[in-house]
Design a protein around this ligand. Structure first.
Ligand SMILES: [Zn+2]
Length: 146
């Protein structure tokens, strides 16, 4: 490697699983299932965010973690919340609302029920306290292991 280029290389990122600093050249970008995530412009990519890992093993762990924590209703409730921000107030039919949120009426009902059951918890854009990926801590191991 030419040492000349060192100062211009992109900043290192950290592995979401173990928190280790990862060189961009060896970083693994992977798609991680995440039911709290909504894509900014493409609803088809809701629930699938880009994750960064130091190794293929940790990329697999990130995917496994996302799969374990996945809640269908959480994703649907988020979609509903996004849609409810700008729907036409005259649209009051269930199927109309479901349509706008990109859900089936059944999914809509389950999302509403889930939301009311978890309304006392902090749901939605924030995350629960069990996710080691968001703690940004310096101890280089996840807090939750099987
Ligand atoms: Zn790692």
């Amino acid at each position: 490697m030419n040492p000349f280029y060192r100062s211009t290389k992109p900043p290192a990122t950290t592995c979401e699983y173990c928190g280790r600093t990862v060189d961009p050249a060896t970083r693994i970008d992977t798609v991680v299932p995440d039911s709290t995530y909504l894509h900014a412009d493409d609803p088809r990519q809701d629930g699938r965010r880009l994750g960064r890992a130091c190794s293929a093993e940790h990329a697999d762990e990130l995917i496994a973690l996302g799969t374990r924590n996945w809640i269908d209703e959480q994703l649907w409730a988020n979609k509903l919340r996004r849609a409810s921000g700008h729907w036409n107030r005259t649209e009051t039919t269930l199927s109309g609302i479901a349509d706008r949120a990109g859900l089936t009426p059944t999914q809509l009902m389950r999302a509403i029920r889930w939301r009311s059951e978890t309304s006392r918890k902090d749901w939605g854009w924030g995350r629960g306290g069990r996710d080691p990926c968001t703690s940004n801590s310096d101890h280089g191991h996840p807090t939750e292991l099987p």
